[in-house]
Design a binder for this molecule. Structure first.
Ligand code: ZN
Length: 133
């Protein structure tokens, strides 16, 4: 793992939450992007070297909609940047982590992403991401 790449926050409204984060951080989102496979709209904010990803469901089957229905708005996942996502998947499976899905998918912000089930990570949804080059 190289570093925490971003923190993902589930929000009801990307528009409302963006206003709040603009005030809080003093910057506008540098990117807004829909990820159709995940049924989310995302907005990314940079503060220093750190990034915040806001996630809004695009329909009620979205995992973000289900998360908010269960837990309310708030921190949804922590994303770690990795050098080679496939090597990390193999390593973490061996360590007993539950990797969701059938391998890396194209996520927001030009990344390959995969998630680790919170059951295997002390309750935190963990995202691994690797820059697509
Ligand atoms: Zn993320």
């Amino acid at each position: 793992m190289k570093k925490i790449e971003h923190i993902g926050i589930a929000v009801n409204s990307l528009e409302d939450a963006s206003v709040f984060y603009e005030k809080l951080l003093g910057v506008s989102a540098y990117k807004q992007e829909e990820v159709i496979s995940e049924r989310v709209n995302t907005a990314f904010f940079k503060t220093g070297i750190n990034k915040i990803e806001l996630l809004e469901a695009t329909d009620k089957e979205s995992s973000i909609a289900k998360f908010i229905a269960k837990k309310g708005e708030g921190i949804h996942h922590i994303a770690f940047e990795v050098e080679d996502i496939n090597i990390e998947i193999t390593r973490l499976k061996k360590e007993g982590f539950i990797v969701l899905g059938d391998g890396p998918k194209k996520g927001a912000d030009n990344k390959w992403v995969v998630f680790l089930h919170p059951k295997s990570t002390n309750g935190i949804l963990i995202e691994l991401c690797q820059e697509i080059i």
